[in-house]
Design a protein around this ligand. Structure first.
Ligand code: NAP
Ligand code: G3H
Length: 481
């Protein structure tokens, strides 16, 4: 099975054959750690993408005709093969997107578990039955069987920050329900995605059921998204890209998991040690490059000094360095991302924020920066930083925090830290987000929990059960007896 054609070139998958592009064009992928080339993937042309989509459409009817236990068995074998490749894929995640090796391996392990759960949950999918006598003049003799059928060809587009997990969390539910899949990995992360698909081929993937298209989203993205043979799109990535895709894709279901500006609201009666610990891990894991990272803290004045001191103490203990050094805070995905974070810090400083802790700045490696007295005039109060800067906004009380949260363009998650659960529930009712975490950091998972964003954070719901639902539509069969 030749996935790797030369020392650096990784092929893409078409009908179970590993292929380059006919032009020989490739996209190079650079390590965030040292900017060395990690490898390259084919830059497919639109014509090649069209062939891949056609092959995926051709394979769909046969795949959907298989019994669900057969599709489930393939997913179980996929999970097994993936686990055997944990070190290899974990290392590639580490090299391509700058996670530590252990974080890369954890991503692979989490993904195998997610696939197994999907294989089980998919067995329990069923339709329903409705009698027709609910309206005057109607009769029980009219009976409807509501069947659940696949959409057809699902386009799965993944982001760089979970190149394996956020790809499999789309592909597995699509497959278990009888859809075939065109997988467009994020360019930065594409090799990890291809290795994950290699595990699926080893597991016995039938020809054409999954095809992979590599190349820059900016070049081939619009063509794929608006292709008439694509029947459903599931996307995770930035809000601007997601909104663009939603406009291009007309008349098909589109599930979007987009950006976030998750707030932690810390009240006077909070356990401040716990809050500080959760905030640090929530804000700075993978250097803040998580949609669910805590991206601003709203803390009531009376405990602000104490909380910030505790956070500072914990952050000061974090190591900053390369991902191969197993540091806690590692280089951002690229220089553009680092420049954006730096510009947010500078804007806040110019407008009067206090720098509680200043992180180093060495190219795309930024140490954590803590900003106090952040006000609503500062961009860092509202923009998604996707990096290791944490703004603290001091508020009088929870009402002020709720009012600020209402103006958040994003609505992924929020955390509320308080010992008063009744109050936590009352605040939760007022927050327009997908999930409110009480006394814990914002995060996706466990992976069978529904996961969603509102406002600019997305549309539709993921999490294993809901992702399976999103891959199916109703088909009515009505008996008129
Ligand atoms: P991105 O730049 O939006 O890219 C996401 C994916 O879209 C990549 O595969 C990209 O391909 C592709 N793409 C780009 N332009 C496209 C087009 N015109 N048509 C179709 N596909 C296109 O996002 P990212 O930088 O990978 O991830 C960071 C962002 O994702 C952050 O905003 C973060 O909050 C968000 N995110 C959200 C969640 C969530 O669950 N809510 C999870 C993870 C990340 P290329 O790589 O080839 O450009
Ligand atoms: O980046 C977005 C991911 O969906 C976040 O997942 O909360 O498990 O890190 P996580």
């Amino acid at each position: 099975m030749i996935v790797r054609q030369t020392e650096s070139l990784f092929y893409t998958l078409l009908n179970n054959e590993w292929m380059g592009s006919s032009s020989g064009e490739t996209v190079q992928i650079y390590s965030p750690d040292d900017h060395e080339v990690v490898g390259e993937v084919p830059a497919l042309s639109q014509e090649e993408v069209a062939v891949a989509i056609q092959k995926t459409a051709d394979a769909q009817e046969l795949w959907a005709a298989k019994e669900v236990y057969e599709r489930s068995a393939l997913l179980h074998r996929w999970a097994e093969e993936l686990e055997k490749m944990t070190d290899e894929i974990g290392e590639m995640i580490h090299k391509e997107v700058g996670k530590t090796f252990s974080a890369g391996k954890s991503e692979v392990e989490r993904t195998a578990q997610l696939i197994r759960y999907t294989a089980e949950e998919g067995l329990r999918t069923h339709g329903s039955f409705i009698q027709g006598d609910a309206f005057p003049g109607a009769t029980k003799k009219t009976k409807a069987i509501v069947q659940k059928v696949p959409h057809g060809v699902v386009l799965a587009i993944s982001p760089f920050n979970y190149p394996v997990n956020l790809a499999a969390s789309k592909i597995a539910p699509a497959l278990i329900t009888g859809n075939t899949v065109i997988f467009k990995p994020a360019t930065q992360g594409a090799i990890s995605g291809l290795l994950m698909i290699k595990a699926l081929v080893k597991a016995g993937l039938p020809e054409g059921v999954v095809n992979v298209v590599t190349g820059r989203g900016s070049v081939i993205g619009d063509f794929i998204v608006s292709h008439p043979l694509i029947n459903m799109i599931t996307f995770t990535g930035g809000t601007a890209t997601g909104q663009h895709i939603a406009k291009k894709a007309s008349m098909i279901p589109v599930v979007l998991e987009l950006g976030g500006k998750d707030s932690a609201i810390v009240l006077e009666d909070a356990d401040l040690n716990k809050a500080a610990k959760e905030i640090v891990s929530g804000a700075l894991s993978y250097s803040g490059q998580r949609c669910t990272a805590i991206k601003r803290v709203m803390v009531v004045n009376s405990v602000a000094d104490e909380l910030i001191e505790k956070v500072k103490e914990l952050v000061s203990k974090l190591t900053v360095g390369k991902s191969h050094e197993d540091a806690s805070v590692t280089p951002l995905i690229d220089q553009k991302s680092a420049d954006f974070v730096t510009s947010l810090i500078e804007d806040a400083q110019t407008k009067g924020a206090t720098v509680v802790l200043e992180g180093i700045k060495e190219k795309n490696l930024l140490g954590p920066t803590l900003l106090d007295h952040v006000t609503e005039e500062m961009a860092v109060a509202w923009e998604e930083q996707f990096g290791p800067v944490l703004p603290f906004i001091r508020v009088e009380n929870e009402l002020e925090a709720i009012a600020l949260e209402k103006r958040n363009q994003y609505g992924l998650q929020a955390s509320v830290f308080t010992r008063n659960l009744e109050n936590a529930f009352a605040i939760s009712d007022k927050l327009n987000v997908g999930t409110v975490q009480v006394n814990g950091k914002t995060s996706r998972g466990p992976d069978h929990f529904p996961f969603l964003g509102v406002k600019n954070s997305g549309q539709g719901v993921q999490g294993i059960g809901r992702s399976i639902d999103s891959m199916l539509r109703d088909k009515m069969l009505v008996l008129n007896l």
